[in-house]
Design a protein around this ligand. Sequence first.
Ligand SMILES: [Fe+2]
Ligand SMILES: [Fe+2]
Length: 208
Amino acid sequence: MPSPLDNLLIAADEALRTLAGVATAARKAPEASRETALDAAQARESAALMRVNHAGEICAQALYSGQALVARDERVRAALVAAGAEERDHLAWCRDRLEELGDRPSYLGPFWYAGSFAFGVASGLAGDRWSLGFLAETEAQVERHLDGHLERLPEGDARSRAILEQMRADENRHGQAGRVLGGAELPLPVKMAMRAFSRVMTRTAYRI
Ligand SMILES: [Fe+2]
Ligand SMILES: [Fe+2]
């Protein structure tokens, strides 16, 4: 059994890896079924969207790390760690795609991480049922967000589209796991606070 100090060190290590951009994917990035063809303006638009998604995956790492740190039930912790590992793939895929598009991650990564980590710890401290409900609600909001981005992506960007589609399928599974393990339906004000945070994040990371 890891001690509380071990768990804190693990959380610190996860934060540094996420923010240093050295996360590696366990799964290969999804392949596009056709060629990607973008002009300069389309590449810029794709990059802005993928910067938002990369920032979202920084948030996902922080949320799951914060929740796992204070989870009570070992099954809940295991589910959080398993989902977090898939989120690490998303993080690496988005980062690599951003690089292919000749762009850079959001400058505000540490800020997104800190805010999301606090959300994760708070939901974990409220108890496992709330923590799982928080997970399910997060994933539902992320899915809706990804639907929007799949529509906004430039038509020719088959590479980014393949990545977002795989992410969407994974987020759907994470959300289901949260509900199956007994996640509680969150109160509306909490859902609204989560939406407000992600609105600030998505609008800001689009530019900086
Ligand atoms: Fe994700
Ligand atoms: Fe997820």
